[in-house]
Design a protein around this ligand. Sequence first.
Ligand code: 13P
Length: 383
Amino acid sequence: MNSNSSIELMLKENAEFIVQQGKGILAADESPSSIVKRFNSIGVENTTEQRRIYRQLLFTTPDIQQYISGVIMHEETFNQTNDSSVPFPMMLSQIGILPGIKLDRGLESLTINTNETTTLGFDDLEKRCEDFFNRGARFAKWRCVLRINKLKNQPTDVAIAHNAIILARYASVCQAKGLVPIIEPEVIPDGDHDINVCQYVTEKVLAATFKALSDYDIYLEGCLLKPNMVTSGQEAKKRVKSTDIGERKFENKTNYLRNVFCLFIILALATITTLSRTCPPALAGIVFLSGGQSEEDATINLNEMNKTLYRFKRPWPLTFSYGRALQASALKAWSGKRENEFNAQQSCLKRAAANAAAAKGEYDGKQISNEAKKNLHVAEHNY
Ligand code: 13P
């Protein structure tokens, strides 16, 4: 792409707006079929109107724009309005939040005998990008899923290469139509693997993804990555916790590091190391998914990575694009009742504020509640 084009300037400005200091993304893009589990858990019927009421509650949380710079919506939500008939994208723009659209249309088997997947959504993609842009969208999301299975040697090279290419192709269409692409190659936490396996696989997946982005001439300054954090598998015998501390010998690495720090949070360093080995500095920013971690763990982990200790390894802003970890307490507090809306909004604001602080490495842990400590993992989670 011509580096002076006005479209590039817009992509860069919007990407930088999203990852501005102390803000992040609310991922509210669950499809009508994937939100059913969450509604079931609070006894709410999964109707179009209930979904509209719930999204309206989230988007009208007083002062939410202090902490949230962008909201990802499913097509259904993007087309809905608030009680006063103002379309949600317009309502969000009016309070200074960029509207985003989920463009992928879910997963499909990649080959006959495995559970590896490709992601659907290329039919009429150009037209949809144009249409959503004209109606206010300024960024988009596309999720690919990679599964770890040591016995089957998964993810296979085929799955890694295929998903890297489709992410790059989607990004190319988005950028041509003025939408900042969020690239989401999620290595899901299902499985009993340890954290080192997750790190190894995530590095391979991200390296392949950035090679494909280069092959497709993606403008990285106008692009965001949405990765998983590097964690142990959900069924691992001994899971690394967000506060587990390890020792690392930094001697002989660089003079700068010698004898400076040798204690670190294992999970934060594994994630930062993975990103530093694979993501070019030109990338506008990194917006993590929460991946079934508890609300509190997702906040603590983001906070750790934003502390000074890890700064030497990361040139990009690191913030959040959480779904479950921003909504779980709010959803519970709401439970489908209008009279609970105020409390639900306060829960939503609390998590948004906690994550905004974590994006600056300034989270003090005071927002903790029992609800926020609950593991939010769902096996084979769909969006
Ligand atoms: P979670 O934060 O719930 O993992 O979801 C974020 C997301 O957008 C997944 O596509």
